[in-house]
Design a binder for this molecule. Structure first.
Ligand code: FE2
Length: 534
């Protein structure tokens, strides 16, 4: 009896344990803890482990391809449902998922990417990112027009952190429907990797309303270096023409948007990996810009953007203030000789506009048919490092206009009106003041000259720049030729070996055949000989 009760109790206990375990597991499946970043606390909220968070979009290989990214707490299969009617999202594309834990111990580990390709121009799309059965949104975006002949507004700024007061204004701007894209010129969150990745998560929470509605286009800054891994930048963003996560040797890209050929470059190649990627990027830039010059008749403006400036009149020891600035020495010739129109930069936490200049020499005191790229520094969107002050001394001749304290919490707007006129303004969130504005004008003659002198193949300027690069590094410049030669030699050796083996085999076969015939003849001789002996 005792043993029976005991067994019965034991069975009961086991059953209860199973029920408790199951209910606990169900709870864990239904909600997970998401840490809300706060400097002084560990505030949390409970969310479904599959809930899509940090939704943001960017252009794919062209403006009619949109890439959607989001993150989840757990590994859940993802997809995007989308369509042009908010109540009937008839199309579905499954996501590519990656696990991201490098420099991201506490952050969301599961990232999802979907490419919506071949969309209709000038059309509003509604979309819902889904992971398993959980969804967020609906969000929406509008594709640009198909041709290039239309005016476009862009938001452009650098150096935006999680404590910036600029974020609400940027979100309001982004949701106004006026802008075609949002360009963030490096330095995100301060830093995405901090607190094991939670700062990055919080930044994407903040920026989601804007970045899920208009393409959020980026370049890396020094705060993305992450022990030279660029881990958060490479995983959390997907940019045109690159694999995902972004490869270390392709954190640069270009895309035509309306009348502008935009080029994103990495100023960080000059400060990381012992400059290993400097020439690779430069080579790509020369070819890309040359191609863009050949296409000026369709896309007349070339705007490049990268984090650290070529010049600056702050005096806090940054590269741009050095006489032997690495970024300037690496890029000034390329931008000048390949006729870049505008260079947008950040890093300095202030605002500065330069006269068109080359090698420290001012070439014009206006922006009408500028003889050199127009350089703008807009790094005042809101870092955690406060303002970078200008020294009291008189500003250099090439510095046309600059603001430090007054520029804090400001951002740039670029209105590309047509093939000859671009309007730039720096806006403060304080009373929505315009701090600075200019018209950049290219006369029709100049645009026509650019287009009529364009010929297929590399221009003389591009050829000169590439030949300079060849002189510096023969192996790098001729790597394709060297690899082809090596490949050719390898193929030749392989073929000759194969021929030798085949010949040997054939010889062996012939020998065996001859040998197999030989004994019969000998045997018959023996028989004859034997007969002789008889
Ligand atoms: Fe920076």
């Amino acid at each position: 009896m005792f043993s029976y009760l005991s067994r019965s109790n034991l069975q009961l206990c086991l059953a209860w344990i199973c029920v408790l375990c199951y209910s606990q597991a169900s709870k864990e499946q239904n909600t997970s803890t998401y840490f809300l970043y706060n400097e002084n606390s560990t505030d949390t909220k409970h969310v479904d482990p599959c809930l899509p968070m940090h939704v943001h979009i960017s252009f794919g290989s062209n403006v009619l391809d949109i890439t959607v990214l989001w993150a989840t707490l757990k590994d859940c299969p993802g997809k995007v449902k989308f369509g042009i009617h908010p109540w009937g999202l008839e199309s579905t594309v499954n996501s590519m998922n990656i696990y991201f834990d490098e420099q991201n111990r506490e952050g969301l580990h599961y990232l999802h990417k979907v490419e919506l390709k071949g969309l209709q121009p000038d059309t509003t799309y509604f979309y819902i990112p889904m992971s398993d059965q959980m969804q967020s949104g609906p969000f929406y975006f509008k594709t640009p027009k198909a041709d290039s002949d239309w005016s476009a507004d862009f938001l452009m700024f650098g150096d935006l952190g999680i404590y910036s007061d600029t974020v609400p204004s940027l979100v309001t701007e982004a949701l106004s429907g006026k802008y075609t894209a949002l360009f963030h010129v490096g330095d995100f969150a301060y830093d995405m990797k901090n607190e094991g990745g939670r700062v990055g998560d919080y930044f994407f929470d903040l920026i989601e309303p804007a970045a899920a509605s208009i393409p959020y286009m980026t370049c890396p800054g020094n705060h993305e270096i992450d022990l030279e891994s660029f881990a958060h930048y490479r995983h959390r963003f997907a940019m045109p023409g690159s694999k995902w996560p972004l490869p270390m040797n392709k954190m640069w890209y270009s895309i035509d948007i309306g009348l502008v050929h935009f080029v994103s470059y990495s100023s960080e190649v000059f400060f990381t990996h012992n400059g290993k990627y400097v020439n690779e990027q430069k080579d790509w830039l020369i070819r890309d810009l040359d191609k863009a010059n050949n296409n000026r008749h369709k896309v007349p403006w070339i705007v490049v953007f990268g984090h650290r400036p070529l010049y600056c009149s702050t005096n806090i020891g940054d590269d741009c203030s050095h006489s032997d600035s690495r970024v300037r020495e690496g890029l000034e010739d390329v931008f000048y000789k390949l006729s870049v129109d505008i260079v947008i930069q950040g890093h300095e936490h202030n605002y500065e506009r330069l006269w068109p200049l080359y090698k420290h020499k001012v070439l014009a005191h206006s922006y009408i048919d500028p003889p050199a790229p127009v350089q703008l520094i807009s790094g005042a969107a809101g870092s955690v490092e406060n303002v970078d002050h200008f020294p009291m001394k008189v500003k250099p001749e090439w510095s046309a206009f600059r603001l430090d304290t007054q520029a804090i919490n400001s951002y740039g707007r670029m209105l590309v009106v047509n093939e000859s006129h671009v309007f730039w303004e720096q806006r403060s969130i304080q009373n929505h003041l315009t701090l600075d504005s200019i018209w950049i004008v290219k006369s029709r003659n100049q645009t026509q000259v650019s287009s009529t002198t364009s010929k297929p193949g590399l221009s003389e300027e591009a050829k000169t720049l590439l030949s300079e690069m060849c002189n510096r590094s023969f192996v790098r410049c001729h790597r394709v030729l060297i690899l082809s030669l090596c490949g050719g030699v390898f193929l030749l050796v392989a073929v000759s070996l194969a021929v030798r083996v085949a010949v040997r085999k054939k010889r062996k076969e012939n020998f065996a055949k001859t040998w197999s015939q030989l004994p019969e003849e000998i045997d018959s001789d023996d028989e004859i000989g034997g007969n002789r002996g008889m």
